[in-house]
Design a protein around this ligand. Sequence first.
Ligand SMILES: [Zn+2]
Length: 90
Amino acid sequence: MFTCKQVSDSLSKGDYAKLPLAKRFFLRLHVKLCIFCGKYNRQVMDGQDMCRHFKQHEATNCKCAPELQEGQKDELKALLATESAKYPKD
Ligand SMILES: [Zn+2]
């Protein structure tokens, strides 16, 4: 079983999905069971998962997000400008 420091070090070095299967299994087990680092390291793993999925979708030119119609981009820009004007910066 890994220590909390070993788990954090392994996760901070890069994508945990590239680690060997046995190491990945014990990392996941530690993160599931540990009350000290589990929540934080679960978020780190979730973040790495999201980045990996984004890269995969980006590489395949996935069209799962709808494209904006003509003029919708300008409407969104105007809406953002209106909303951000309500909250002026100091
Ligand atoms: Zn831990």
